[in-house]
Ligand binder design. Structure first.
Ligand code: PLP
Length: 366
């Protein structure tokens, strides 16, 4: 009794970092419209530009490439808005899938990796006249399985086929090495609340010279690329979180060992346990685990009562869990409804994984 509950749902949202919290409190102090010419406005502009620098540094882009948005969903929508046809994978986030009105879908392997041979065939099959208005959109790491995707290879394929390329970097940012410029992407999407910033703020990175078709009409903020008075408080929090996240990759490398130990315990002691994507590169923080015959919803509730917050394979909206399109695309069959997602964050410690293993074994050990 009395133990703080374990929080293992960081792929849904991570707790606010103290640095972000401090920056937000500070930002709440004075009127702050960064477009105003008076001293208050100029001070606000400095904060926004400092945040832009911090985000750019973390994402390996130029500050001028960073366009602040309301989060990952808007960033995905905005990056894809100017394209009539989208080539995407079967495991993308709904905010990409919903944009893909006219789409070609690339398969994934049973490990959850985008199938490069299929990607090659799909891209080669595009009619020439469709290419200028087509974009390839592929996520860098999947939110349900943590599986890291071959983005560099996919960028090369997009270039060979003369089409633009976007990557949803929301889950990978700060958890693995990534450079927007080195990858030569046209667009990338980021979200603050997955790295310990506040929800409701994110960014789309835009390669110099590339157009962005505005979703919002209005005052032309963000150099005409995203209208609306900047979310000053959110951006201040995002900037502080990005600076604080700078050394996180080493933390997630260490975490991958704690995660692997946890999974080994599950596979050794829980009958019919299965780990998705175990054989391929994954984010160090994520484990997608099914126990045959146990429904994911029941497991999430049982763990919640036992003091551990995890989620069913797919994050649910309005409290309803729907079958995961990601696990379905991996051919998981019935196991898809039995998969739970465990995801650590910047604050997670080795002992948290050990405690989580105890909770699981207390409930499901043979
Ligand atoms: N893309 C991925 C891969 C995500 O996991 C999420 C969040 O669940 C999003 C996009 C959406 O980001 P946001 O919650 O900031 O709109």
């Amino acid at each position: 009794m009395g133990m703080t509950p374990l929080y293992f749902d960081n792929n849904a949202t991570a707790p606010l970092r103290p640095e972000a919290s401090a920056a937000i409190h500070k930002a709440m102090g004075a009127p702050a419209n960064p477009s105003s010419v008076h001293s208050f406005g100029r001070t606000a502009r400095l904060t926004v530009e400092a945040a832009r620098e911090s985000v750019a540094l973390l994402a390996g882009s130029r500050a001028a490439d960073v366009v602040f948005t309301s989060g990952g969903t808007e960033s995905n929508n905005l990056a894809l808005a100017g394209f009539a046809h989208i080539v995407t994978s079967a495991i993308e986030h709904d905010s990409v899938r919903a944009c893909a009105v006219s789409a070609s879908v690339i398969n994934v392997t049973s490990d959850g990796v985008i199938d490069l041979e299929h990607a090659r065939a799909v891209l080669a099959g595009l009619p020439d006249e469709q290419r200028p208005s087509t974009i390839l959109s592929v996520m860098a790491a999947n939110n349900e399985t943590g599986v890291i995707q071959p983005v560099a290879e996919l960028v090369a394929l997009a270039r060979e086929n003369n089409i633009a390329v976007h990557s949803d970097m929301v889950q990978l940012l700060a958890k693995d090495h990534f450079s927007f410029a080195a990858l030569d992407l046209d667009y990338a999407s980021l979200s603050a609340h997955k790295i310990g910033g506040p929800a409701g703020v994110g960014a789309v990175l835009v390669k110099p010279g590339n157009a962005l078709q505005s979703l919002l009409r209005g005052g032309g903020q963000e150099q005409g690329r995203r209208s609306g008075t900047e979310n000053f408080i959110g951006i201040a929090g995002f900037g502080a979180a990005a600076s604080a996240a700078f050394g996180d990759v080493a933390h997630y490398e260490a975490m991958s060992k704690w995660r692997d130990q946890f999974e080994d315990m599950m596979l050794a002691h829980v009958p019919d346990a299965h780990v998705f994507g175990q054989q391929v590169p994954r984010l160090g923080n994520t484990s997608c685990l099914a126990i045959a015959g146990k429904s994911a919803e029941t497991m999430v509730m049982a763990l919640d009562i036992a003091g551990a917050a995890i989620s069913a394979g797919s994050a649910c909206s309005s409290g309803k869990v729907k079958t995961s399109h990601v696990l379905a695309a991996m051919g998981a069959g019935d196991l898809a409804g039995q998969a739970v997602r465990i995801s650590g964050g910047w604050q997670t410690k080795k002992t948290d994984f050990e405690r989580l293993a105890d909770v699981f074994l207390g409930l499901y050990k043979r």
